[in-house]
Design a protein around this ligand. Structure first.
Ligand SMILES: CCCCCCCC/C=C\CCCCCCCC(=O)NCC(=O)O
Length: 587
């Protein structure tokens, strides 16, 4: 009897063991199969999207061939500065259709080299034809083709922000800004590439791939409005639009040598632009124009600030473009700095600021030294902790069932590390990076833990704004000039090890000040030689120094800043610098 019982007991142990073993194998196998299928679905979605884009490009090409325009004339149109093209369109010297064909052809050629356009907007041809029938030609942008960052909602198109799951979610209406552009006679003609989730200075995603810098294909054009900057700088567009929550208009403009303007939150309507940060209202993303020349940047700003925008979005204060500020001859007092107290900018960026200073002085303005307060603290405790306020949950959720791009891997990893582990890692990493600010930024990625903490965060941001404004006002400043970033365009894949270089831009997102990015010079061999004296003790410094090797010939911009809602003053400072340089024979 006991033998029988023993056998039953043994067999039930065996059964349990078998079930346990099968479960242990089945669960991971099941999960792997599930994972295999959803990844296969995602890849299929990507493949379908890429095929659709190829078909659209092919259709565009066929349409262009059938129009049979003279190629030399088209190239000559693309070489015109904004003011001449505008005049030519207004006087009827050029038709909207031939200007469109010129830019469609050019953009197609540019994107073959740089992969900066995600897809053409095929409705553009009909828009151009109807503009050519219009005898009034009243719009400020009559017949000018404009390019749009992929996150601008356009009727019948999706905004993926590089997320495969958002492919095919088509918008039923245009963004307010697009409606205004069309009312002003502009023709949206291409959409441009972005980095996945738009939270880095790289420009790549698993749907549309990676965009290269027009000056050096081994480098990034910057992000997140990288496709725009590359296209404009390579001559494929005259005016475009981007968005900026940490430098995404100014940094790509600087990396590619074009013009950009981050506006004050509330100056342009953001209705109809897509972003994962919309629920985060402390350091808000804003939008703005980018252009090949300063006239284009001014024209685009004027065109948007019109009654029609205020009609479409009643939440925007009706503050039209104030020409009296832009054209004023009043002497200005401008502050400048080349070192923000965290990371010194590289010699080329310093030289550009000093060139701007000399140019302003030549124009009769006063330029004095200005030290922005507490920048390292502002970066980790205000900027990072706010933009990652929910502990990156929104970003992580969006990426969770998607294909993460290489450009988000580092941020993805850092934001997944639990808080307790960060404390341990901080000690180890702190020793190796020699930079407590950098290690603190990892904690900041954990965001705020409670509504109480979020309220404290809001208070801290307001207090910092007051402190900064007091310093500015005590000096009686009209504006500030400084680097856009601590370095120039960096190699692909290196951004996450250089993030601290972004404090120069991120500061003005925390403050919500309008800021322009003005191309001034190119890196010289002397600039590179002087890198010998650039510090290299800390992790970011080492990486900035390394990324700056071989940077001769890359563009260098200067950042021009003014107080909230003073976009006209920012543009005036940019104009004064350009005029000053021209008068000195330097531009
Ligand atoms: C992958 C999940 C982690 C996401 C981490 C989010 C928080 C990152 C904190 C700092 C990095 C900031 C880099 C800023 C780059 C410029 C972003 C920008 O201006 N985007 C424009 C826009 O969103 O419209």
């Amino acid at each position: 009897m006991s033998r029988v019982l023993q056998m039953v007991e043994e067999s039930s142990y065996l059964t349990i063991a078998k079930v346990a073993a099968i479960t242990l194998v089945a669960i991971p196998v099941g999960l792997s199969i599930q994972r295999y299928f959803w990844r296969r679905d995602l890849r299929q979605k990507v493949w379908q999207r890429q095929t659709e884009c190829q078909v659209a490009f092919k259709k565009l090409n066929d349409d262009l061939n059938s129009l049979n325009f003279d190629q030399e004339k088209l190239q000559a149109i693309c070489d015109l500065p904004t003011s001449e093209l505008k005049e030519g369109l207004q006087s009827g010297k050029y038709s909207a259709l031939e200007v469109l064909a010129a830019y469609q052809t050019k953009a197609q050629n540019v994107t073959k080299r740089l992969n900066c356009v995600t897809e053409p907007i095929l409705e553009a041809e009909a828009d151009a034809k109807s503009l050519d029938e219009d005898t009034e030609k009243e719009g400020l942008l009559h017949g000018i083709p404009v390019s749009l960052k992929e996150n601008y909602q356009l009727k019948g198109y999706d905004c993926t922000m590089g997320l495969v799951n958002l492919i095919g979610k088509l918008w039923e209406d245009d963004a307010v800004l697009i409606k205004v552009l069309k009312r002003q006679g502009a023709i949206p003609f291409v959409r441009t590439n972005i980095p996945q989730i738009m939270m880095t200075y790289e420009c790549s995603n698993p749907i549309y791939g990676r965009t290269d810098n027009p000056f050096d294909a081994s480098r990034t054009p910057g992000g997140s409005t990288g496709g725009e900057a590359a296209l404009i700088a390579a001559g494929g567009s005259l005016i475009g639009f981007g968005s900026d929550i940490g430098g995404s208009i100014r940094v790509p403009s600087h990396f590619c040598g074009c013009y950009g303007l981050k506006t004050t939150l509330g100056r342009f309507s953001r209705k109809g632009t897509t972003s994962l940060s919309q629920g985060q209202t402390l350091v808000s993303g804003t939008i703005g124009p980018m252009a090949r020349d300063l006239d284009g940047l001014v024209l685009a700003t004027k065109a948007i600030l019109c009654d029609y925008m205020y009609e479409l979005d009643r939440s925007i204060p009706p503050l039209s473009f104030r020409d009296e500020i832009f054209q004023s001859k009043r002497p200005l007092k401008i502050g400048y700095y080349v070192n923000d107290g965290y990371l010194q900018s590289v010699p080329a960026c310093q030289r550009a600021v000093m060139m701007a200073k000399t140019a302003l002085e030549a124009q009769g303005h006063t330029v004095i030294s200005f030290d922005p307060p507490d920048v390292p603290w502002m970066w980790t405790e205000l900027y990072m902790k706010t933009v990652a306020g929910d502990g990156c949950r929104t970003f992580l959720e969006a990426l969770q069932k998607d294909i993460p791009d290489d450009c988000v891997h580092m941020l993805l990893f850092s934001s997944k590390v639990p808080r307790w582990l960060i404390w341990c890692l901080k000690a180890i990493i702190g020793i190796s990076t020699q930079d407590p600010v950098q290690t603190q930024s990892m904690t900041s990625l954990k965001g705020c833990r409670s509504v109480y903490e979020w309220w404290q965060q809001a208070k801290a941001v307001e207090a910092y704004k007051d402190k900064f404004l007091k310093k500015w006002s005590d000096l009686g400043l009209d504006g500030v000039i400084c680097p856009v970033l601590a370095c120039v365009a960096v190699p692909h894949g290196s951004v996450s090890s250089l993030l601290g270089a972004g404090t120069y831009s991120m500061l003005y997102n925390v403050l919500n000040y309008p800021a322009g990015s003005l191309p001034l010079t190119k890196v010289t061999s002397e600039d590179v030689q002087q890198l010998e004296n650039y510090p290299d003790r800390r992790f970011f410094e080492k990486n900035i120094k390394k990324a700056s090797e071989g940077s001769i010939g890359l563009p260098v911009n200067v950042q021009c800043v003014s107080l909230p809602f003073q976009e006209e003053l920012v543009l005036r400072v940019m104009k004064e610098i350009e005029t000053g340089l021209k008068s000195m024979g330097d531009h």
